[in-house]
Design a binder for this molecule. Sequence first.
Ligand SMILES: C[S@@+](CC[C@H](N)C(=O)[O-])C[C@H]1O[C@@H](n2cnc3c(N)ncnc32)[C@H](O)[C@@H]1O
Length: 201
Amino acid sequence: MLFTKSPGKEFANRFREDIEFIKGWAKMPGAVGAIKPTGKIAARHMASLLPIESGFPVLELGPGTGVITREILKRGLSPEKLVSVEYGREFYDYLIERFPGVNFVHGDAFNLDAALKDIPYNSFCGVIGAVPLLNVPKPLRESIVSESLKRVVPGGPFIQISYGPNPPTKAIAGKYTVEKSDRIFRNIPPAGIWVYRQDHQ
Ligand SMILES: C[S@@+](CC[C@H](N)C(=O)[O-])C[C@H]1O[C@@H](n2cnc3c(N)ncnc32)[C@H](O)[C@@H]1O
């Protein structure tokens, strides 16, 4: 039988991702939040919500072992057009080896001014967020959404995965709206995908 890609290699990659994830979780459980990387179906769905065809780059926050990174690249985005901010040093070291060409930043997604330095506002077609927000105070949750939306072109999404029944932060009139992506996923733990956009009322 002819295989287009080696199932053994894919399995080995997943296994290594799981190991790296557990190592990262053991070092900083609060920052990693989940016990497993995001499932492939949820990761693929998040990536599918990005308007990549616009030609603008993508910003990712909290790539971990790169499960969502991989799905973003599979959509055809060139690695050079992806900027991805990771706080954990070990994850960062793993990612730069695993995904050559992607602009990984070892930085803090709650301080995008420092992490993105000279990248102007309105530079990205969308932002994918996987930093756990339920562990941080409400003002920080609001700030990461507002600051992320400043970085996207008008109308672009900030797509956030979260492990609760409600959005990690509610809509704020005049600032941003939020809606739940209409699909339900088998994910461990069960996850919701929330899409925030600037509110131009
Ligand atoms: C729940 S894991 C998600 C990892 C991966 N994106 C996935 O979906 O499987 C959260 C990730 O966010 C990173 N993280 C936590 N706080 C962060 C921060 N302030 N800035 C950037 N990354 C952060 C963690 O190190 C970890 O890689």
